[in-house]
Design a protein around this ligand. Structure first.
Ligand code: ZN
Ligand code: ZN
Ligand code: ZN
Length: 264
């Protein structure tokens, strides 16, 4: 399984263009952009197609001609820009599945003409296990809200498994129970607010990220061989070198947009 990290940033990315904090300046000086969090698996499954995800595909020298399904966790604009469905329709009307909780499907439908029967919409809810693009996808409750339900996903095939957990605060008990005993090869876990603890509980900060890693270890989802990568990073986080050191203490990594992770 190949996981291409199209984006690793929060909604506003890093740098936030309105900001000259140390973290934004650090990224600007090194010429590094973090765009909204999104991943492409084996060129077949696009997760969280936010506004920059399609262009990121092009920047990294790839294309979406082999895309079989789109999977979105929730209907916030950094995770879902349904315009890509319209852009695709200008090229091909071959079958494509669009999967997510009800608000994701409702919003995506608005972008398509009635005659676009090639798009197969599938509404999922936490607790479901579905097959999407040849992967087994377990739909998990997120501690987040976007005009309705928000979900995290465990994506598995016969070779590897990936836990995609953004956007969420501390994971609900039902999600931990669903994951218990299932080891993941890769955990993409959000860490939005860095040291800030005053920005609500619908995202993780460094402290609640650490708690979440601990809990995922306790239930066997994070093992000795699991790679844990912090995503959905906002500029509240410290500059890269410091963030890398703080995450390393938790057994986690910070990687740039465009990183390819091969599993299995
Ligand atoms: Zn987000
Ligand atoms: Zn900033
Ligand atoms: Zn969100």
């Amino acid at each position: 399984m190949e996981v291409l990290l199209l984006g690793t940033g929060a909604a506003d990315g890093i740098p936030n263009p309105f900001c000259r904090c140390d973290t934004c300046t650090d990224h600007r000086e090194r010429g590094e952009l973090r765009t909204p969090t999104s991943a492409l698996i084996d060129g077949r499954l696009l997760i969280d197609p936010g506004p920059e995800a399609p262009r990121q595909v092009s920047r990294f020298g790839r294309d979406l001609t082999g895309l079989v399904a789109v999977l979105a966790g929730h209907a916030h604009s950094d995770h879902l820009d349904p315009a890509l469905l319209m852009h695709r329709s200008w090229v091909t009307r071959s079958p494509l599945e669009v999967v997510g909780p009800e608000p994701v499907v409702a919003w995506s439908r608005q972008w398509l003409d009635a005659d676009q029967t090639a798009i197969d919409f599938r509404t999922v809810t936490s607790g479901d296990t579905v097959e999407v693009a040849g992967y087994r996808v377990s739909v998990l409750a997120a501690n987040h809200e976007a005009f309705g339900e928000a979900c995290c996903y465990l994506i598995e095939d016969d070779t590897a498994s990936v836990l995609y957990a953004t956007d969420t605060g501390l994971l609900p008990e039902a999600t931990l129970s669903a994951l218990a005993g299932t080891p993941a090869d890769l955990v993409l876990l959000e860490e939005t607010f860095g040291p800030r603890t005053d920005k609500g509980d619908r995202h993780l900060n460094l402290a609640t990220f650490a708690t979440t890693v601990e809990r995922l270890r306790a239930i066997g989802t994070i093992t000795e061989s699991t790679r844990v990568v912090a995503v959905h990073l906002a500029h509240d986080n410290p500059p890269l070198a410091q963030l890398r050191a703080e995450l390393a203490e938790l057994g986690a990594e910070v990687l740039p947009d465009g990183t390819v992770i091969r599993l299995g």
